[in-house]
Design a binder for this molecule. Sequence first.
Ligand code: ZN
Length: 166
Amino acid sequence: MVGDPVLSTPCREVSAFDAELGTLIDDMFASMYVAEGVGLAAPQVGVDLRVFVYDCPDANGVRQVGHFVNPVLGPLSSELDDSEEGCLSVPGPYHELERPTQATVRGFDRNGSPIEATGTGFFARCLLHEYDHLKGLLFIDHLPRNRRRRVLREIEPYEWNAPLPG
Ligand code: ZN
């Protein structure tokens, strides 16, 4: 949840492509699906490693599913889109945020093989959002200070930030 230092600290590079990394990635997919998110970064589950997963439609509505380890950002489009964006670690509020309409990410898969993805539309937004998490940035950190404060006031209790009833 926002406020936890792991979310505002740059993550460490993954150095071992071992079974533990595979388990982390599987757990992250499970957590993302339970939370009904379209992407999840390791710091959101308290792990300060450069890993994210996604299951997100692109500009053509085609479902894109994958993960990145030690990603680096490639070329971005100069064209921008200012759709609404939210975050599982800032549950409840959404806010418009300008992002490039196309983004390329290069990195490695769980076995250490090089991979690359070019996202369009919502998938580009997702790649950039998750990449930001690994730098210790939340989408609200891109907003002007007063809007950031307003978004933080709109946070709602969700299963993962409130005690369960009973
Ligand atoms: Zn997020």
